[in-house]
Design a protein around this ligand. Structure first.
Ligand code: SF4
Length: 486
């Protein structure tokens, strides 16, 4: 009986796609608007989309222009118990509606202001709900903080892999050592230092990482995207993500010309920095007006696109992979189970094997051939880089579009119609277990954050100073003016 139960357990664990994942993907696909149901669409076929937290630690200690958080965010106290409760509830709700697996961002303020133990507890709460968490930060913290998050008090790693995204751009004010940067290049040592912390983490403690570099793009730094991409590609980042600025969040931080920065303008500059084209048309993650994503493989000094959208054989391999392998869970899964899943999937669809093998051979040729790839792999210089441009929308369009959608209405106004189409195909979701709503991040920042922060200000007011009054005692030294000490 025990052996039968064991075999049954192994059979379920090694199923290529878990039934719950399959159901979640089918539901996601059914919810997509028709215009998003394309052959290259990943939502509903490989993933349910990204998720993010909100209202769990709104405060930040840098000043950015633009800033997508509400004007009140810095009037809310950081409170670990509130964070863990909020993260747990939001993730449980996402787990219940969107299935057992998704990538989720621990976001909504500056994550490194959380005490390290609370940060770790929030990550564990996300993982407990099948979420692969990514901590979103400005990156201005020390190695010791990272160690305190990743290691238990006994010094043992609590995670075998962590994922962080650090935001660096020259519109950020207050970074230690670069309080008011004048150019993007000035931030390169800080970008490198951040990435190096994760190299040290692997070397010192064996903890792997996935790290992303984020940058907001405005007319002020658009023409520096090329040099940033070039510089960051030489650093051990796994993802380069750029966000053209939008008029959302704190309107005190807006400036003119954001609309002039198009997704195409940013992408072409990234390609210039990479030194080659990065075709993105082979896959789609949501609506291409919102999000553009592509993966390249680098073997030593040679880089090539993972997928060539102009090659019908690559597209055929993509179609087979999405149809038969999409929804397979690899993260946090033992290697032998991943291998068994892949083997079972291949045995179930042996006709895929020649397509996938010929795709692998073409990819190897694009990356420089067998010798180049093998040599790069041997020297640990074989890597994959993901490029993303995420194009948030303006609050002035999102608010009326969402209001109509909530009433089941569709707009005839071309701009609002486009906004509704994009919101309908959104790939970045936030959850509201208290109301039962799942909302696009654009809606969260354009419509909901302000009201949410009013409530949070009352719930978590900034504490009055607990230190003795920071004024000199004028009575003791009447010759000195009454001044603040710091
Ligand atoms: S609707 Fe907004 S949050 Fe969703 S994918 Fe589009 S830009 Fe991103």
């Amino acid at each position: 009986m025990k052996i039968a139960a064991l075999l049954r357990g192994v059979e379920i664990a090694t199923r290529p796609i878990q039934p719950e994942s399959k159901t979640a993907l089918e539901r996601r696909w059914a919810q997509l608007p028709d215009h998003a149901k394309t052959a290259g669409q990943l939502l509903g076929r490989a993933a349910v989309g990204c998720e993010g937290t909100h209202g769990v630690f709104p405060k930040c200690n840098l000043t950015c222009s633009p800033c997508y958080h509400s004007a009140d965010a810095n009037k809310v106290r950081i409170d670990g118990a509130h964070t863990i409760k909020g993260v747990t509830e939001q993730m449980e709700y996402l787990r219940s509606l969107r299935g057992p697996r998704a990538h989720a961002q621990l976001i909504g303020g500056e994550v490194s202001l959380l005490p390290a133990e609370d940060h770790a507890a929030a990550l564990l709460a996300m993982r407990a709900n099948g979420r692969e968490p990514m901590s979103m930060t400005h990156g201005d913290f020390d190695y010791q903080y990272l160690l305190d998050v990743v290691l238990s008090p006994d010094g043992k790693p609590r995670f075998n892999k962590v994922s962080f995204a650090a935001h660096f751009d020259s519109m950020m004010r207050g970074r230690r050592g670069a309080v008011r940067p004048h150019s993007e290049a000035e931030l390169n040592p800080f970008r490198a230092r951040f990435a190096d912390m994760f190299v040290a983490l692997k070397r010192d403690h064996g903890v792997r990482s996935y790290i992303a570099h984020n940058m907001t793009v405005t007319p002020a730094n658009l023409d520096q995207v090329t040099e940033v991409a070039q510089a960051v590609l030489d650093m051990p980042y796994d993802m380069l993500s750029f966000q053209p600025a939008a008029y959302i969040g704190d309107d005190r931080r807006w400036s003119g010309g954001f609309d002039a920065v198009s997704i195409d303008a940013v992408w072409s500059r990234i390609e210039a920095g990479a030194g080659h084209t990065i075709p993105w048309q082979g896959t789609q993650f949501g609506d291409p007006r919102c999000n553009r994503t592509a993966v390249t493989v680098t073997a030593g000094t040679r880089s090539a696109a993972l997928l060539d959208p102009d090659d019908p054989r690559d597209l055929a391999a993509r179609d087979r992979a999405l149809a038969h392998f999409g929804g397979m869970i690899f993260g946090s899964t033992p290697t032998w189970i991943v291998a068994a899943k892949i083997l079972r999937a291949l045995l179930g669809h042996p006709g895929d094997i020649p397509h996938l093998l010929s795709f692998a051979l073409r990819l190897m040729r694009r990356a420089g051939g067998l010798r180049t790839v093998a040599s790069a792999a041997w020297k640990r210089r074989l890597s994959f880089k993901t490029f993303v441009v995420h194009n948030f929308m303006d609050a002035t369009d999102v608010a009326p579009a969402w209001a109509l959608m909530e009433q089941g209405g569709a707009s005839d106004d071309p701009k609002i119609k486009e906004t509704q189409e994009r919101l309908g195909a959104c790939m970045y979701t936030m959850s509201h277990p208290e109301t039962g709503a799942l909302v696009p991040a654009c809606v969260q920042h354009s419509v909901l954050d302000a009201g949410e922060n009013i409530g949070l200000r009352k719930m978590l007011p900034i504490r009055p100073l607990t230190h003795p009054p920071a004024f000199t005692d004028a009575a003791a030294d009447p010759a000195r003016p009454r001044t603040r000490k710091s």
